[in-house]
Ligand binder design. Structure first.
Ligand SMILES: [Zn+2]
Length: 370
């Protein structure tokens, strides 16, 4: 402002003072969608100013701030779907997961400016899982093929150890059952503490029993459950994704949305903590032993090797079929452009739906007025 020699002043406007612009701003802030235009300023000095917000050729008859919020939210969802590792699961799992819980966990672990090391470490743990970046042997091979060569999973010694193999490895099956049990037991204790603090949630005796039952039966096999998995939902929960069905059940027990979200994210967090403790830690101990016998040291891994020494290793095997590329589990791998159009179409539908609902409300109010 100083640069442009702009003259300015601040004037405090009293509430309800009858200043037209101020009254109008008040009206809009109170989410008055009954009027046909969003902001109308009738000022005697200027000509009547009328603002209409248009989106994709349609007038937005809603509270503008809410609309922008929603628009930003959808854009975030769309960009979320661009995440390389989610490209393959984007199409077949979005209807199975409750994204709110994932966001709740990430929000909990990100500070505005600085965070403590513990919070930061938690954040990294979740982030790595979400992006399939756990340093499995397959990832280590990609980085340093010269050191890791064709090493197989150190537990079964047969298959390549990628993040899927951690779920499917036969040698880890018992450990998965143990960690599922641990999760349930620890959550039971946590729910007891949670329920004892009456300010958070109030449930009658029957609901409390239902909640404990929900927890006890969380990993009980459901119909259509993929028998190859060691426990149900592990492929989702290991990516910080919470199964939608279980979320709905929980919601019908505790009623309040806020409490549902809190309990679900506590459960998911406990699951991840137990995963690191029971599965990942024990796997790492074994791999560390193997690395010692091979003479691979931590400082070797930090060193960068020259380009001509580097051996390229392609981790994800794919199959080329007529209409596109598929991974070995038969999931289509989108090209970036295709991903764009799917995501954009999703956003567009969502926003249009949102506008339509808004208009419906206005029409209702209008017909009532007549
Ligand atoms: Zn294995």
């Amino acid at each position: 402002m100083e640069k442009t020699k702009f003259e300015y002043g601040l004037i405090k406007v009293k509430g309800h003072s009858g200043v037209k612009g101020n009254e109008e701003a008040d009206r809009v802030a109170k989410n008055d969608t009954g009027k046909s235009t969003c902001i109308t300023i009738n000022d005697s000095q200027q000509k009547d100013l009328k603002y209409d917000l248009y989106w994709d050729g349609k007038r937005v008859d809603r509270h503008i701030r809410k609309f922008i919020d929603n628009l930003c939210g959808s854009a975030l969802e769309a960009s979320w779907s661009f995440n390389r590792t989610h490209r393959t699961i984007f199409q077949d799992t979005t209807h199975m997961i409750e994204e709110k819980v994932t966001w709740a966990i990430f929000k909990k672990n990100t500070g505005f400016n600085c965070t403590t090391t513990t919070v930061n470490n938690n954040f990294i743990k979740h982030l790595k899982l979400t992006n399939n970046l756990l340093p499995t042997l397959e990832i280590m091979k990609e980085r340093r093929y010269d050191l890791y060569g064709d090493v197989k999973c150190r537990l079964c010694l047969v298959e390549n150890e990628d993040d899927d193999h951690i779920i499917y490895c036969q040698q880890l099956r018992d450990k998965w059952l143990i960690m599922a049990n641990n999760t349930i037991n620890k959550c039971e204790q946590m729910f007891k503490d949670f329920l004892s603090k009456k300010e958070y949630i109030q449930l009658n005796q029957e609901d409390i029993q239902q909640l404990h039952l929900w927890n006890r039966n969380f990993f009980v096999h459901t119909t259509g459950f993929n028998q190859e998995l060691p426990i149900p939902f592990v492929h989702l929960m290991l990516r910080n994704l919470f199964p939608k069905g279980r979320y709905r059940e929980l919601r019908s027990i505790v009623k309040s949305e806020k409490a549902t979200l809190t309990i679900a994210s506590l459960f998911l967090e406990m699951f991840i903590t137990e995963f690191y403790k029971v599965i990942w830690q024990s796997r790492c101990d074994i791999v560390a032993d193997w690395e010692r016998t091979k003479g691979i040291k931590k400082q070797d891994l930090r060193k960068k090797i020259s380009a001509q020494q580097r051996i390229v290793y392609e981790r994800i095997p794919t199959q080329q079929v007529e209409d596109g590329t598929y991974n070995l589990k038969g999931r289509k791998i989108f090209k970036c452009g295709e991903q764009w159009s799917v995501a954009l179409e999703k956003t567009r539908q969502y926003i249009n739906q949102f506008i339509k609902n808004g208009n419906r409300r206005v029409v209702k109010a209008f017909t009532k007025a007549i």
